[in-house]
Design a protein around this ligand. Structure first.
Ligand code: OXD
Ligand code: MN
Length: 658
């Protein structure tokens, strides 16, 4: 419950702050239960694993309050051990939530209710007292695409309608976890309570989870994460695929002021593994702004050139645009080596010397399965062959996995069962075998090219930042921003074809600034000011900013650039720019590779139309400038920083002169 002050007294300033929603809701639920004389449900907490008395007082209070509210049958405090994982897998196997994939080592398949397959952006909210803290000024009457706001009062109501008794008959797991290496000054801690063993097993892969986290917590604050699939027992309706969820009442909420995440009704992905999008990006971006760092939707890779010089690059692409593929790339140019630090999220902070350093706050990869193959990402294929939970992929009759893209790697004599359970599936059905947003959840540490410094508590120094997206038309393979401010415009102006990671229809070109549109924890205009301010926080040169596009198509709809391992050619050019080589020339939109500077060794230049790859059609760029200006006016309005407005004007002038 959230209390706003009705007392005007100046002494009561404390009252003006949001109180913990979970605390308030739990007190209200306890009162209500007492009135109904269900005293024992309120007072006796059955703990089947771990001890409440071993928890730090703040954690204990959070756990007790959550239990009072959700009224689980019992509480299980996770230690993160291998034994515990076995127990969770057993529990899930017994209730039919997962099945083994005997072709691989310790791999499992979960199939969800078809109503719970992706992030639900329309049901995801940031809760602030003042709407403007969350939603930019925008144009009157235009719906904001940049944030969903909820008032504290509405959250209080939503919680009261959903959570009391929502874990009845189930186990409430207590999951202490660290985003980032345990004990790193860049890391942060969360405690999630959840009634889903699938979530616990996945959080164990995606975060550092268990006893060691509680041991380092001390008296520090932590993010309070309350999650329920919303299916108390006895069930009100039969489950589909033994996958508890309540899609009609799903809600994913974030309260930056009290560092709470409250999620109900979905057991899948970013809706329920609360360390990922909810903590590391939405609350993370708010914390980053307050504390002067950046929490971004970016992969981090290490690249070593044939001379042995190693640099780290961070890159922001929208969901399902190939971040995992780039982070694990097998480079086609001899002598190059790529190593992976992370494939989805980067937390970046200046060190004492003013160098921007990044950690991957995650501990695993929650990658999109379809399209991943020995051709597109052999490293990911090797990574997922053990200790992996697959969700909504198809299963082969020899106990293996199948998804679109694996046709050539699947023996002919096996039959395929689709994610929907159709036996003897064939492509002729017209339905995909695997859901387009089906995933693998696999430990990062077993990636064959994991970077030796991926868990370095100090993070890795970032030399370049890439923005990109799926742009079938008009946008060149690579260009460099003129300076940091121009780079901020490039990030703000990002657009991409929609993907299956959320509930949008594919093939629409959507604005996705900084690839953060679904993940901003606060007003995007303020976010831009924060990005602009970063260059004033160091005396060192900022990382150079680039825009890349692997997805340009010709008039017949075929990709012009081969992509994947060949993208190292673009990284090679970027590294040379980072080293200060004079291999760029000015254009209206930024610096382009000067003729002959893109390394095309061993590529058939007759097959690749370089001219088309870098062509800048004036009409297209005029349209692009208009679209960006309209977007800023409608979506950001008065909250757009002047510098960004000026950068857009400069771009417009340069495009006029093209
Ligand atoms: C993801 C996403 O799951 O961006 O990483 O949707
Ligand atoms: Mn992502």
């Amino acid at each position: 419950m959230v209390v706003t002050s009705i007392n005007n007294s100046a002494n009561n300033m404390q009252e003006q702050r949001l109180r913990s929603v979970i605390t308030e809701a739990s007190r209200a639920a306890a009162e209500a239960a007492k009135k109904e004389l269900k005293l024992d449900e309120v007072s006796s907490l059955k703990v089947t694993h771990g001890k409440l008395s071993n928890l730090k007082p703040k954690v204990r209070t959070f756990v007790e309050e959550s239990a009072r509210l959700c009224r689980p049958d019992n509480i299980y405090i996770c230690d993160g051990s291998e034994r515990e994982l076995r127990h969770l897998l057993n529990v899930m196997q017994q209730v039919g939530m997962i099945e083994p994939l005997p072709k691989y080592k310790n791999c499992w398949l979960a199939r969800t209710d078809a109503g719970d397959v992706a992030r639900v952006e329309s049901k995801t909210f940031i809760v602030t007292k003042d709407k403007r803290e969350t939603v930019p000024a925008g144009k009157e009457g235009v719906k904001s695409m940049l944030a969903n706001w909820m008032s504290p009062q509405d959250l209080k109501k939503a919680v009261a309608e959903r959570f009391p008794g929502c874990m009845a008959g189930r186990t409430m797991y207590v999951v202490p976890y660290s985003m980032g290496p345990v004990g790193s000054p860049l890391s942060k801690i969360g405690v999630q309570v959840t009634d889903s063993p699938y979530v616990v097993a996945s959080m164990r892969t995606m975060t550092r989870m268990g006893e060691q986290v509680l041991a380092t917590l001390g008296d520090q604050e932590f993010v309070h994460c309350l999650h329920s699939v919303g299916c108390p027992l006895p069930l009100a309706r039969p489950l589909v695929n033994n996958w508890p969820c309540d899609p009609a009442r799903t809600i994913v909420t974030h309260v930056p002021e009290t560092n709470e995440i409250i999620s109900f009704g979905s057991g899948y992905g970013g809706n329920s593994l609360l360390g990922k999008k909810c903590f590391a990006l939405r609350l993370g971006s708010t914390l980053a702004r307050q504390e002067g760092w950046l929490a971004e939707h970016m992969l981090i890779l290490g690249i070593t050139n044939p001379q042995g010089v190693k640099r780290y690059i961070a890159a922001a692409f929208p969901s399902a645009c190939g971040k995992t593929n780039l982070a694990m790339m097998t480079p086609s140019l001899p002598g190059y080596k790529i190593e992976c630090v992370g494939d989805d999220i980067a937390w970046m902070k200046f060190d004492e010397d003013g160098v921007l350093r990044a950690i991957n706050p995650e501990n695993g990869f929650f990658g999109v399965a379809p399209g991943t193959s020995m051709k597109t990402n052999p490293i990911a294929m090797k990574t997922v062959l053990s200790n992996t939970i697959f969700t909504n992929v198809a299963k082969t009759s020899d106990g293996g996995i199948f998804w679109e893209g694996l046709e050539k790697e699947t023996p002919n004599n096996v039959s395929i069962r689709s994610w929907l359970g159709e036996e003897n599936w064939s492509a002729e059905s017209g339905r995909p075998a695997a859901h387009p947003n089906s995933r693998f959840c696999t430990p990062a540490g077993q990636c064959p090219i994991i970077d030796p410094a991926w868990e370095d508590p100090a993070g890795v120094p970032i030399s370049a930042i890439l923005f990109g997206g799926r742009r079938p038309e008009g946008v060149p393979l690579v260009y460099e921003a003129y300076d940091w401010k121009h780079g901020v415009l490039v990030g703000a102006a990002m657009r991409s074809e929609a993907t299956a990671a959320a509930e949008h229809k594919a093939k629409v070109i959507m604005h996705d600034p900084f690839a953060m549109r679904p993940f901003f924890g606060y007003n995007f205009g303020h976010y831009l000011s924060h990005w602009l301010s970063m260059e004033t926080r160091t005396t060192k040169p900022m990382p150079k900013i680039f825009h890349v596009n692997w997805f340009r198509k010709d008039e017949k709809g075929r990709f012009i650039w081969p992509g994947f391992g060949e993208n190292v050619r673009v990284l090679d050019w970027i590294l040379r720019r980072v080293e200060g080589e004079d291999v760029a020339e000015e254009s209206a939109i930024g610096l382009l590779p000067s003729p002959g500077s893109l390394n095309m060794t061993n590529l058939d230049t007759n097959q690749i139309n370089l001219h088309e790859l870098f062509r800048l059609p004036k009409g297209f760029w005029e349209g692009e400038v208009r679209a960006i200006a309209k977007y800023f006016e409608e979506q950001v309005g008065d909250d757009l920083p002047n510098e960004v407005h000026e950068q857009l004007k400069k771009l417009e002038k340069r495009v006029e002169k093209m």
